[in-house]
Ligand binder design. Structure first.
Ligand code: DP6
Length: 383
């Protein structure tokens, strides 16, 4: 292969939310979270990275995002440095004139080369959906491959992605994924160094029986409601999640109660059980409560943070009305640090549910993306 790698990565949506960091540089979360990976045939990031000989005057790294030159942030540098530190050189095989030639690049040579990153999303601009989870997982995985870095412990790749953006570490895998915070009690947290915590804060696919997993893969449908912004609300969100979660951790007493009572962990255990039991009714209840709690701690922050708008509320109300009329949950919603809504529906109820949303789809959404769970996480498509 040449010194070029192309990877693609899906987005993921958290059912149990990550909100708040113990450490801002290492991106260690206050709580574990659980996500569902979205099918990357529908929504994905694609990243091409090349290593080229650099002139003295050249920048070390160049980033082109959706066709435009972009700033190489401190976080991207953290990912690059963590991977560069781990490389032991790479050997590439090329066919020239019918012969296979092997070329070896020593670590020192690799470190002198310029890194050219080109990344694009097949969705963000049109939909206003967040793309950091797919973008940073793609970038970190492609870089590790390019520098020939193999995992030295299970989940190490997810620690690279995490340095770029917390939620990105969950996009490495398909299906349902848990990001372990890295500690199980406050005492343990206090006793571990940042480096030790960082090695423990990894993402892993949720372990449920293959029958149950196949049930969800075959049946769970996802509809992404790209909600229209309100008059004075642009497509970009007002407070980036990084800043929002800091305000919440610093000021919200409700957030303290969420963490002191270990609610995220309880929700992860309950949700895992609903997955194993194929119990959509309870799956929906926990998913809905988690989203409500995220937005409740945002509102409890000072100054308060509002992500959802009036149109988002209409969608929430409609989902609750459908469930109430049915006498059981047939639709669940999840909302991140924005005003778009992810709806979860079982295949057999999809037509009925989407029909009930017909007016809202027409009047309150820019578009509705129909998709499903992604079986695969990040992957190399060319090396
Ligand atoms: C509401 O991963 O975007 O989507 O780690 O600062 O980059 P940083 O934050 P980010 O936060 C995601 C927050 C969330 C919940 C979640 O995905 O778990």
């Amino acid at each position: 292969r040449s010194l070029e790698v192309i990877a693609t990565s899906p987005i993921n949506i958290a059912l149990v939310k990550y909100w708040g960091k113990v450490d801002e540089d290492y991106i260690i979360p206050w709580n574990s979270s659980l996500s569902i990976t979205i099918d990357q045939n529908d929504l994905c990031s694609k990243t091409r990275i090349r290593l080229v000989q650099a002139d003295e005057s050249d920048e070390q790294i160049e980033l082109i995002l959706n066709g435009k030159k972009d700033k190489v942030t401190k976080r991207i540098m953290n990912v690059v440095n963590a991977i560069r530190e781990r490389t032991e050189g790479v050997t590439i095989k090329q066919i020239r004139d019918g012969n296979q030639i092997e070329t070896h690049f020593e670590k020192e040579e690799l470190l002198k080369m310029k890194i050219m990153i080109e990344s694009e999303n097949n969705f963000a601009t049109a939909s206003g959906l967040a793309s950091s989870s797919s973008g940073l997982s793609c970038l970190s995985f492609a870089l590790a491959e390019l520098f020939g870095v193999k995992e030295s412990f299970e989940g190490e790749y997810s620690t690279f992605a995490r340095l770029g953006s917390g939620s990105a570490c969950r996009s490495l895998y398909g299906g349902f994924v848990q990001w372990h915070c890295g500690f199980s009690s406050r005492d343990q947290l206090d006793s571990l160094s940042k480096e030790e915590l960082s090695r423990k804060s990894i993402a892993k696919q949720i372990d449920i029986s293959s029958e149950s997993m196949n049930y969800w893969l075959d049946n769970l449908q996802i509809a992404i409601c790209c909600v229209k912004p309100e008059k004075d609300q642009g497509l970009t969100k007002e407070i980036p999640s990084t800043d929002g979660m800091k305000i919440t951790i610093d000021t919200s007493e409700l957030m303290r109660a969420r963490l002191d009572c270990n609610l995220p962990q309880k929700h992860i255990e309950q949700l895992t059980m609903t997955l194993e039991n194929r119990d959509f009714n309870s799956f929906a209840e926990i998913t809905i409560k988690e989203t409500n709690q995220l937005h409740a701690v945002c509102l409890d922050s000072y100054p308060p943070i509002f992500y959802i708008n009036e149109r988002t509320k209409k969608i929430i109300k409609q989902a609750l009305k459908i469930n109430k009329e049915k006498g059981k949950n047939i639709v669940a919603y999840s909302i991140d640090a924005g005003f778009h809504v992810f709806l979860f529906i079982m295949k057999e109820d999809k037509e009925f549910v989407l029909n009930e949303f017909k007016d809202l789809i027409e009047n309150d959404m820019d578009r509705l993306i129909q998709t499903r769970i992604g079986r695969e996480g990040v992957k190399i498509i060319k090396e």
